[in-house]
Design a protein around this ligand. Structure first.
Ligand code: ZN
Ligand code: ZN
Length: 821
């Protein structure tokens, strides 16, 4: 634990740097909020009397004199046989909470077994190292994953008492071979599910069903393991954990570990050219922000160059903000100049290089000796390079590093003075994970979140309570999705015939799904249950997005660059599309839909491409609804038909449209879940929205709603879509739809329905608070709009949302605010 002298000095230094940055005229207006997160003392508990003495001795030797209260509470619940989720902050020592009951049991009961599930192989290996470092000869721990050699697998099945694996291996390797694992299942006492907040969306639904299959197999061998889950701080961890496991889960979410003080600033880059006489900072790197999100090359981006003569404008001449990467590079250079050890987190590998290079250029002008002490750190570097960077950062030889993700950094990289987060990393859990990299235990630190030019980032920097209050984002997924449920019922039947009793385990839709599988000849009904009829096992990819992915192949060399989801391939890798891969630019020469392959050629055009898409939506059924005067809200099943009809080329530096080209691609159908609201003509008239403005008002309200939903459900704006129309044939009214972008639904629309008032209020506030005159990327423009962001009526959208909220949520003071879950 750190010394208090260092604490005060570090806090003082961080504070003074922060206040200097705030007082600096250029930045004062950009800091929207500074939160002083006070230090917190730890609260300890006694070691439980049932804990194994040797284990307690080893933990003590490792520096843990006594457990924190939350660790002891979790351990106690699990020891007493209650399923429990521990949802506390980064570095709060969650592992002690589950290792204490699990290892004590393994040491005390020779036949006892436990399984530890991590979302990645790397995390399971880390955990194995941690367990081995305790040198408990009575615990035989081993990983079991795709890298485990054949002969070792046999040893693990027969002898390991603690098996560290992942849901994929459980699904593909362990459950189908349960007969060979019979003694393991018979003795299974605990199932630990680490980082469980990561199981969300369609993947979350898959994992939930794998866990139901696990429970069924255990029951067949007479075991009923206790589930212990570890989660980041999220809204409603009990709901997510119970949905994931299918059992009622107790919640421990009061973090009792100590924490140093933290000054956390929220920062919004200025609109370019917004202030007269403001000179563009000389360090500004090109601001093309590149998303590394799997499957989607983010192909919009508005260029900004140092010394640009004219002010860059966005689509439809909208003002744009200075890029978060450019601001972050400046902050990095300034902090390094002050001797503050700083990590900048960016969203893409290319951005890591850009930020480090820009900061070095800036330092060259003011303190050239410091330029060499700034570096980029990202995935894709060789292991030696990364270790070298880590050790130079630890010793202080490096003062500034731009990195892609907190998880890629070595675990011992902490104790820095400051973090700068260039763009909201997608979830509050990852935001705190990144901010948590600054400040050793007990020491002060500085964090800055620099907003990107989009509605969610804008909302966050103007609504500090959302960041610093109780979390509002919940980890959501839908295990009832028939497209996910059916293949797992097949897997389950191929493991052991399904009985009526089993179907209860798989939810209300299971019976109908099984009947459907019987009709299609996949299962056969016999007196003893439903049997799998095929020779081969069912083939289910639990990480897949459905449909075979489209491979991206370099035409000249045949090199496979990556894949994109079938669903997004039409809009991202159509012929002529500019495709970005690890900072390199390619143009698609041909999209071969039959073979699911896109051939690309290296090129460096000075334009990007944006697909134009027509989308229609029809309502299959409304399953839940809420009706108010002039407003209805629905949750239900819809059929979305979309067709990419062409694309635009836009100049990188200015966003100027260079031309349009038609494309001949077939329409695609998606049956999924949607939340929608409808309003009457009377409401629109009373809100003063002219008929001509209605299409623009609903379109703008739809874009902003898509941008804000990730605040309530752990999804990405790319996981959801929307349709708005002045008159929808199925509702007979003006309607706004937001739908899950995955067949069968992923739970996002449902979450929107359940939190509709808070969600639409946040949407309204985000649009109303934006200082732009008529709509920009920070409020109502969307980078994924298939209609070129036209028409959009910003002011009318605010009036529409006000009227909807007046009907739905007449007394907002009493209704739950976003931060009050
Ligand atoms: Zn705006
Ligand atoms: Zn649109």
């Amino acid at each position: 634990m750190g010394s208090s002298a260092a604490t005060e000095r570090d806090v003082a230094r961080a504070r003074s740097v922060l206040s200097r940055l705030a007082l600096d005229g250029r930045r004062a207006a950009n800091i929207t909020h500074v939160e002083h997160v006070p230090a917190r003392g730890g609260r300890t508990a006694a070691w439980p009397d049932w804990a194994d003495e040797v284990l307690v001795g080893r933990l003590r030797a490792a520096g843990i004199d006594q457990p924190w209260v939350h660790q002891a509470q979790t351990a106690q619940a699990a020891h007493e046989g209650r399923d429990v989720v521990l949802a506390t902050g980064t570095a709060s020592g969650k592992s002690v909470g589950y290792l204490l009951p699990v290892l004590s049991r393994l040491l005390g009961e020779p036949g006892a077994r436990a399984v530890y599930l991590a979302p990645t192989k790397a995390l399971a290996h880390d955990q194995l190292r941690a367990v081995r470092s305790l040198r408990l000869t009575g615990v035989r721990a081993s990983t079991y994953d795709g890298d485990t050699p054949g002969p070792e697998r046999e040893w693990v099945r027969a002898h390991a008492t603690l098996v560290l694996t992942n849901p994929d291996m459980l699904h593909r390797g362990i459950l189908p071979a349960h007969r060979r694992w019979s003694s393991f299942f018979r003795g299974l006492r605990y199932v630990v599910i680490d980082e469980c907040h990561g199981y969300r969306g369609v993947f979350g639904a898959h994992v939930a069903l794998v866990l139901r299959r696990l429970r069924r197999v255990c029951a067949r061998y007479g075991a009923r393991p206790v589930f212990i889950l570890a989660s980041a701080t999220v809204a409603d961890p009990g709901m997510s954990a119970s949905r994931l496991t299918g059992v009622d889960v107790e919640v421990v979410d009061t973090d009792t570990s100590p924490r140093g003080p933290l000054d956390f600033a929220l920062y919004e880059p200025p609109l370019l050219g917004a202030r007269a006489g403001r000179r563009e900072h000389p360090l500004a790197p090109p601001s093309l922000e590149v998303g590394d999100r799997a499957g989607v090359g983010e192909q919009t981006g508005v260029g900004e160059r140092a010394g640009a003569v004219s002010t860059p404008r966005g689509e439809n001449d909208a003002p744009v903000r200075r890029a978060a990467t450019a601001e972050s590079a400046d902050l990095l250079a300034d902090l390094v100049t002050e001797g503050v050890r700083t990590l900048v987190f960016v969203r893409s590998r290319r951005a890591a290089e850009i930020v480090a290079a820009a900061a070095r250029r800036g330092l060259d002008e003011v303190a050239p000796e410091l330029a060499a002490r700034v570096a980029a750190y990202r995935a894709g570097y060789l292991a030696e390079e990364r270790r070298d960077l880590e050790s130079r950062l630890r010793t202080g030889e490096l003062l500034g590093v731009a990195a892609t993700s907190a998880l890629e950094l070595g675990v011992d990289i902490s104790g820095l003075d400051a973090t700068v987060i260039a763009g909201f990393p997608g979830t509050l859990a990852s935001l705190w994970q990144q901010a948590g990299r600054a400040g050793r235990a007990g020491q002060g630190a500085l964090a800055v979140l620099v907003a990107r030019d989009d509605p969610l980032d804008t909302y966050l920097v103007h609504h500090p309570a959302t960041v610093f209050g109780r979390p509002v984002e919940a980890s959501v997924f839908d295990p009832d999705n028939p497209y996910v449920l059916m293949p797992h019922l097949e897997c389950a039947a191929s493991e052991l015939p399904l009985t009526d009793e089993d179907l209860v385990l798989f939810g209300t839709g299971a019976r109908a799904a099984v009947d459907d599988l019987v009709r299609r000849g996949r299962l056969r009904r016999r007196p003893t249950g439903w049997f799998w009829t095929q020779r081969q096992r069912p083939d289910v990819d639990i990480r897949g997005a459905g449909g075979s992915p489209v491979r991206i192949v370099e035409a000249g060399t045949g090199r496979l660059l990556g894949t994109v989801d079938a669903a997004t391939s039409h809009s991202t890798v159509h012929q002529g599309a500019v495709y970005l891969h690890q900072g390199a630019t390619f143009v698609v020469a041909e999209l071969d839909l039959e073979d699911s392959v896109a051939f690309v050629e290296a090129a460096s055009p000075d334009w990007t491409t944006v697909a134009r898409e027509h989308t229609d939506i029809s309502i299959v059924e409304s399953t839940r609804s809420a009706r108010f005067a002039d407003v209805e809200i629905h949750l239900g099943t819809v059929e979305v038909t979309s067709q990419v009809v062409g694309f635009q080329r836009r100049r990188l530096a200015t966003g100027e449209i260079l031309g349009q080209e038609p494309l001949d691609l077939p329409p695609r159908q998606l049956r999924t879940r949607a939340v929608w609201y409808t309003v009457t003509a009377e409401l629109l008239a009373a809100a003063g929205i002219e008929p001509a403005d209605v299409p623009g008002a609903v379109h703008a309200a739809e874009h902003a709603a898509i941008g804000l939903l990730p605040l309530f459900a752990t999804c990405d704006r790319w996981d959801i879509g929307g349709v708005s129309t002045a008159l929808h044939p199925d509702t007979g009214r003006t309607s706004v739809f937001v739908y899950d972008g995955h067949a069968g639904g992923a739970g996002f629309a449902e979450r929107g329905f359940l939190r509709v008032a808070s969600w639409l209020r946040a949407t309204r506030d985000a649009v109303a608070a934006c200082e732009c005159p008529a709509g920009c990327p920070s409020c109502v423009q969307s980078p994924k709009c298939g209609n070129g962001n036209e028409p959009l009526a910003k002011a009318a959208a605010v009036r529409l949302l006000d009227s909807v909220l007046t009907a739905v949520d007449p007394d907002p003071a009493k209704a739950p605010k976003p931060r009050e879950e």
